[in-house]
Ligand binder design. Structure first.
Ligand SMILES: Cc1cc2nc3c(=O)[nH]c(=O)nc-3n(C[C@H](O)[C@H](O)[C@H](O)COP(=O)(O)OP(=O)(O)OC[C@H]3O[C@@H](n4cnc5c(N)ncnc54)[C@H](O)[C@@H]3O)c2cc1C
Length: 410
């Protein structure tokens, strides 16, 4: 039996600076289960990282799940433990056979081979690898595989800002460590936010984001070659009257931490989206789960059936991606709202109310079903009793009307 030769384009050491990711039950966690690495994930997962706090720009606490202050998020958002990006990537890669990944190969382009059946991969070193039956573009936002299937290009979401890190926060900046807690701490003002998140190594990753024109960095004339003064100037200009605790998250950050066909696409290469619903990696892992399932389902007949399996993957992927894109766009609106954190808190309140109403409806429905079953049971018994009373032939037995022979049950 021959298997398709598959190229999956990506790289182990990218995004090392990245923070932490919450993995959802029905998507990323399912992918880990099928990959046989769920136990390893549990060993590194941080359920305590799920806790959310929201402050307003003046420093007032609007909600704090760790202290039971204000509203809680709906239970549909439970069971999403955090894991550091670097650990997640390591556990996935370590589960593969040693020689299944070739490192240091920067892809420049993919071309169909002259045989029109396979693909050639061109690398920056000049090397060309040939004979791939299937190419999976897992190469992120600026995918070099994507142009084979679409002209679509990423567009600017309108949100930009700084990305910093506070190492060993509890020891070096205990007040900021306490403010962040074990999970996520959002300070949200009109159309801006300082978003801090605890990482597994004790660091706090922090983003100071705002709605801004794409050219804001150039327009601001802030000298980003001097990071320390740039942070001060940036905060003064864009977050001037904000709570000092939120601004200190950026000001006291680490000095060096300011950073700037037969083709299938997965993750950001397929559907780059903003990070505000925390779904990107979940969507990427869900894609990989479904793509793997679809490939495996035709492994014995891939010559004939792989194109259809890929097409099915594509169709389903777009349905999922659209839903996730809607979520992240909605959360973008809530994170950077003219009424700051109040909008997010109200959103959770409404979601809670909907959840409570749905639960009440569920209880009412199940009561109704029980009552109906009891009526039917009683009706059956009554019919049996009536029948035993009139054994003589020719006597008409009343036809049951509805449940319980018209008996009224309270
Ligand atoms: C600030 C921020 C916070 C986020 N927070 C969350 C969150 O909390 N939860 C969540 O679910 N998602 C979050 N996301 C989104 C998430 O990071 C992405 O959706 C996810 O990483 C997508 O995975 P991917 O494998 O598709 O792409 P990537 O993680 O970008 O991986 C692509 C890989 O391809 C490699 N590559 C690129 N070009 C080439 C080439 N030419 N040749 C060879 N290799 C190449 C790269 O080096 C990289 O390793 C966040 C994103 C950002 C920016």
């Amino acid at each position: 039996m021959t298997y398709p030769k598959i190229a999956i384009v990506g790289d182990r050491y990218a995004r090392t600076q990245g923070g932490t990711l919450d993995l959802h039950e029905g998507s990323a966690q399912l992918a880990l289960k099928e990959a046989g690495v769920y136990e390893q994930f549990l060993a590194h997962a941080r359920p305590e990282g799920e806790v959310l706090k929201i402050f307003d720009a003046t420093g007032k606490v609007l909600m704090d799940e760790s202290e039971g202050v204000g509203v809680k998020r709906p239970s549909a958002m439970n069971n999403r433990p955090e894991i550091d990006r670097v650990l997640l990537r390591a556990l996935l890669l370590d589960s593969l056979a040693e020689d299944s990944v070739k490192w240091g190969m920067k892809l420049v382009k993919v071309e169909p081979h002259a045989d029109n059946e396979t693909y050639n991969l061109h690398f920056a070193s000049g090397q060309i690898e040939t004979g791939f039956d299937l190419v999976v573009g897992a190469d992120g936002a600026w995918s070099k595989v994507r142009p084979l299937v679409t002209d679509a290009k990423p567009f600017y979401s309108g949100i930009s800002g700084l990305d910093v890190k506070l190492s060993d926060a509890n020891k070096r900046n205990p007040d900021l460590g306490k403010r962040t807690g074990g999970g996520m701490c959002l300070t949200l003002g009109p159309n801006k936010g300082i978003l801090a998140q605890r990482n597994g190594d004790g660091a706090v990753r922090c983003y100071a984001f705002m709605r801004a024109a794409q050219s804001w960095e150039k327009d601001s004339e802030i000298d980003f070659s001097d990071m320390e003064s740039a942070k001060e100037e940036f905060l003064e200009r864009y977050f001037g009257d904000w709570d000092q605790g939120a601004k200190d998250m950026v000001l006291r950050s680490d000095p060096d931490s300011l950073l700037r066909s037969m083709i299938a696409l997965i993750g950001d290469a397929a559907h780059l989206m903003t990070p505000f619903a925390g779904v990107g990696v979940n969507a990427a892992m869900e894609d990989s789960l479904h793509l793997a399932r679809n490939i495996i389902s035709v492994k014995d007949s891939w010559h004939t059936n792989l194109p259809a399996a890929l097409q099915k993957y594509d169709v389903d992927m777009f349905v999922r991606a659209e839903e996730y894109a809607k979520q992240t766009w909605m959360y973008l609106g809530l994170f950077f709202h003219e009424r700051g954190g109040l909008a997010m808190v109200e959103h959770f309140e409404q979601a809670q109310a909907r959840e409570a109403a749905a639960a009440a409806e569920e209880v009412a429905k199940s009561k109704e079903l029980q009552t109906q079953a009891a009526r039917e049971e009683l009706g059956k018994e009554t019919l049996e009793t009536e029948c035993s009373k009139v054994p003589a032939a020719g006597l008409e037995i009343p036809t049951p009307v509805g449940a319980g022979f018209g008996l009224h049950l309270e």
